[in-house]
Design a protein around this ligand. Structure first.
Ligand code: IDP
Ligand code: MG
Length: 152
């Protein structure tokens, strides 16, 4: 089964959208396997967004992600990485499709509620910034026999 890394950014927490975001991922059938609520450190943000270091928006991005508590999670399911990226929507919420998290819940690229990994390799690297392997819990969800054609 595939895993992806998701982080509800400080604007999502401040706006009380954590429950809405979690509900959407749960309702899709994805399984929560790890969660932590905390203030991200500069080192963590630099590692999470290392491909953006040096870009003009990076200082703003770093300040934004460190501006308040975040909720980091790992979600598991078939094709979890591309499925969650599609649920999240385009980086610029003004262009994100209606029905997506950013398309429905945000307006500004610099305040777009949620991060989700863009590849399985990124997901593994990003999850390891915030979670030890022992923090991620493998367990059956009771709906799996009906959620997947090949189970049961
Ligand atoms: P993604 O979050 O959809 O993967 P990335 O291009 O990886 O988008 O950018 C990471 C994050 O950096 C974005 O989600 C957004 O918060 C911020 N960001 C990206 N481009 C801009 C920009 O042009 N202005 C302000 N913030 C930006
Ligand atoms: Mg990205």
């Amino acid at each position: 089964m595939d895993r992806t890394f998701v982080l509800i950014k400080p604007d999502g927490i401040q706006r009380g959208l954590a429950g809405e975001v979690i509900s959407r991922l749960e309702a899709k059938g994805l399984k929560l396997v790890g969660a932590r609520f905390f203030l991200a450190t500069e080192a963590q943000v630099m590692e999470q967004y290392r491909e953006h270091i040096g870009k003009p928006f990076f200082p703003h991005l770093k300040r934004y992600i460190m501006s308040g508590p975040v909720l980091a999670m790992v979600w598991e399911g078939k094709d979890a990485v591309p499925v969650v990226r599609r649920l999240v929507g385009a980086t610029n919420p003004a262009e994100a499709a209606p029905g997506t998290i950013r398309g429905d819940l945000a307006l500004d690229t610099g305040r777009n509620v949620i991060h989700a990994s863009d590849s399985p390799a990124s997901a593994a690297r990003e999850a390891a910034i915030y979670f030890a392997e022992a923090d991620l819990i493998s367990y059956p969800r009771i709906d799996e026999p009906v959620l997947y054609e090949w189970v049961g």
